[in-house]
Design a protein around this ligand. Structure first.
Ligand code: GAL
Length: 696
């Protein structure tokens, strides 16, 4: 279990966002605050990139500007999220101490520029970032309305400098203790890599183990450990600053804004204990990413054991960093904001409150444009949503999601699978996870996205796509799920390696073989576009799914065959299987349904089924437990539920492009309109419609 969440003390869904008024004259601030009033904005995030004006040189701090900004927010009665201002280095620091600049994958030490640019292992950066956080916390702790501290900004990237190499060696010494253990973990007899001294270890990059970029490495174990180390080094930066804050403020919750999509560089699960609450920035790669956004929301909620998270940033209209930056269509901002709340967000915040005057984000969308107009479409939509959130009050604040399905997400499996040779480079871990999540989402299941270390006790169904690495007691805990009558769903490439990324010296899928009741003898791969028709047969019908990319050749050892390949030399052999377990069954054995116990099932999908195939399998698994939702057959209609103190609020969100009529799943009052809804009545949903039903 992660450490319990500590959430900002707010009385409604916090609303507002990043505000950087240092870019414009004082009289404009007054316009800003007048507009905030019109839009029911109660929260501003201040100082994210303020380092260069807070500390003009190593020995001088100057809080004049930030004092004025904070004072204005306090005078306006706004809640403040105050940053530690370390998201970008000031020029003097990079020049005076070049070690704070990152060295890239090719080994080039960078000079001053951009942001998110600090070497996480630099002693100078660690000292000065913590000192800045300390000064800020000392000065502003206790400020009226200060509801949260915001450390850094969107941690990510990597550095390959000498300080990182030294830090990596220390981290390895700590992890392995002896050089023999290190050699063993990295299987270093391969290609004459036996290390006889820690100092011989260098960073894995283009100058050492890699060719063709960060994913092609001669030693997966080294590269995997470097990914782990980098995530930990940045976590240490976060901890340094949080410790500085805690010297002056024992209470106010501390967070950092994560990225989503999901994001590969940082193992958010390993960070979770250090956060008081989770938060993230939602910039989906396209306009039709509702399942992907839901996945990351559920993942953020999973970081603190199901506690609410904050949506720290989203754009009111366009982003600026893409080649093409389309505007959000009317209603979409509202729909996506309510989706965040529906999945557990207790804040809806924007980047940015007023448009930057210059540099690369001057055209990025904002609540207020350069002219400060309040009669734009974007502002009107922001203001209307602010009014709705204000009217909702504390109705769902702190409420949790009653999920009976867990989706296991594992950074180690992601990293290990994507840096390995010998499989198929076109398979991407998040795409496989998203395919299964999307099928769950389509079916209307409430899902917790959890690490493999989470307790599975509360779940009827555990979906663990591409669980490449099996660590600790994960296999036996998955087995416990089926032993008590639950269902587990896994896929190809699971159970391949141990925590050191070494293959299990047993049949594939290693410690999961008994669970799934099979062994994998060969793994065939094909280029994108090559398909093999898989016929799926079971209760309620037959489906032919075009499978692609991966085709494992499965020998059942107890499992029933549910789907078979239709082509190639393995035509007619199993592609999808189901192992039935009796209660109390032991791994490896096939048991009949135990007296008094319900049979559990472990499904295995040995190939890259198309979306229809994944949906077919997922529906069957959910169906067994009555977990297919009421709107499962209405395309793009989402149902998400939050509960608190026995009160249940359900959100019906229409992401489709055409109107649809559905039968209401429950009776209650729509908190947005005050209208009574009776179970079974026809709900007419226009595209982007939202119903927030307080159920009777
Ligand atoms: C975020 C970042 C913000 C801003 C925004 C623009 O990733 O935290 O500072 O750059 O993107 O979309």
């Amino acid at each position: 279990m992660p450490t319990p969440a500590r959430l900002p003390a707010t009385t409604r869904i916090a609303y507002g966002g990043d505000y950087n008024p240092e870019q414009w004259p004082r009289h404009v601030w007054e316009e800003d605050y007048a507009a905030f009033g019109l839009a029911s904005v109660d929260t501003v995030t201040l100082g994210v990139f303020a380092w260069s004006y807070l500390q003009p040189d190593e020995d001088t701090y100057d809080f004049t500007r930030l004092d004025a900004i904070v004072e204005r927010a306090v005078a306006g009665g706004r809640q403040i999220v105050l940053a530690t201002a370390t998201g970008a280095l000031p020029p003097w620091l990079a020049h005076r101490h070049p070690e704070v600049n990152r060295t890239d994958f090719e080994g080039r030490r960078h000079v001053y520029g951009q942001r998110h640019n600090a070497c996480p292992s630099s002693p100078v950066f660690r000292r000065l970032s913590a000192a800045l956080a300390d000064r800020i916390a000392e000065r502003y702790a206790g400020t009226p309305g200060l509801v949260a501290w915001h450390v850094g900004n969107e941690y990510g990237g990597a550095c390959y400098c000498e300080n990182c190499a030294a830090g990596f060696r220390d981290w390895l010494r700590e992890r392995y203790g002896t050089i023999e253990r290190l050699n063993d973990a990295w299987n270093a007899t391969f290609w004459s890599h036996l290390f006889s001294d820690w100092e011989q270890v260098v960073v894995p990059n283009a100058l050492s183990e890699h060719w063709r970029g960060p994913d092609h490495t001669a030693f997966q174990g080294i590269t995997l450990d470097y990914l782990r180390f980098m995530s930990e080094a940045m976590r240490q930066n976060f901890r340094d600053e949080k410790a500085a804050i805690r010297r002056h403020d024992a209470e106010t919750p501390v967070t950092t804004n994560f990225m989503g999509a999901p994001f590969r560089g940082i193992d958010y699960h390993r960070w979770a204990d250090d956060l008081d609450f989770a938060s993230w920035d939602n910039y989906p790669p396209g306009p039709r990413e509702h399942a992907r956004m839901a996945l990351v929301h559920d993942q953020m909620r999973g970081l603190k054991g199901g506690a609410p998270f904050w949506l720290m940033e989203q754009t009111p209209s366009i982003t600026a960093s893409r080649d093409v930056n389309p505007v959000k269509r009317p209603g979409v901002l509202r729909l996506w904001s309510w989706q965040a709340v529906a999945h557990g967000a207790d804040a809806v915040l924007y980047f940015q409150m007023r448009q930057s005057k210059g540099a690369c984000e001057k055209y990025h969308g904002a609540v207020l444009d350069h002219a400060g107009r309040t009669d734009t479409r974007a502002f009107r939509e922001v203001a209307a949503l602010g009014g709705e959130l204000e009217a909702l009050g504390d109705a769902v604040l702190g409420a949790r999601t009653p999920a009976r399905v867990a989706l296991v997400f594992d950074w180690d499996s992601w990293w290990a699978a994507e840096i390995t040779d010998g499989l198929n480079r076109h398979v991407k871990y998040p795409a496989v996870v998203l395919a299964y999540y999307r099928a769950l989402w389509d079916a209307g299941a409430q899902v917790d996205v959890v690490p493999c270390t989470a307790s599975f006790d509360a779940y009827d169904v555990v979906v663990a796509p591409l669980l490449h690495m099996v660590k600790g007691d994960t296999a036996s805990r998955l087995h416990d799920v089926v032993a008590r009558g639950g269902s587990v769903l896994g896929t190809f490439w699971s159970g391949r390696v141990d925590e050191d990324d070494n293959a299990f010296l047993t049949d594939v899928p290693g410690p999961l073989a008994g669970l799934f009741g099979l062994r994998v003898e060969e793994t065939d791969s094909a280029a994108p576009g090559v398909t093999n028709p898989v016929t799926l047969k079971g209760d309620g019908g037959e489906l032919v799914s075009d499978a692609s990319l991966v085709f494992e050749l499965v020998v059942p050892e107890g499992a029933d065959v549910v789907g078979t390949y239709g082509a190639d030399f393995y035509a007619g052999t199993p592609a999808v299987t189901r192992m039935r377990h009796g209660a109390g069954d032991v791994p490896g054995g096939r048991a009949e349904e135990a007296p008094g116990g319900r049979a559990g099932e472990a499904w295995y999908v040995a190939t890259g089924l198309d979306d229809a195939g994944v949906r077919w399998v997922v529906r069957r698994v959910l169906d067994r437990h009555g977990l297919v939702g009421p709107y499962a057959d209405a395309a793009d209609v989402e149902l998400a539920v939050r509960e608190r103190d026995g009160e249940r609020t359900s959100f019906v969100l229409h992401h489709g492009l055409e109107p649809v009529d559905v039968a209401a799943h429950a009776s209650g009052v729509d908190l947005l309109t005050g209208r009574r809804v009776t179970q079974g009545e026809t709900l007419h949903l226009e595209p982007t419609d939202v119903v927030v039903l307080r159920e009777d």
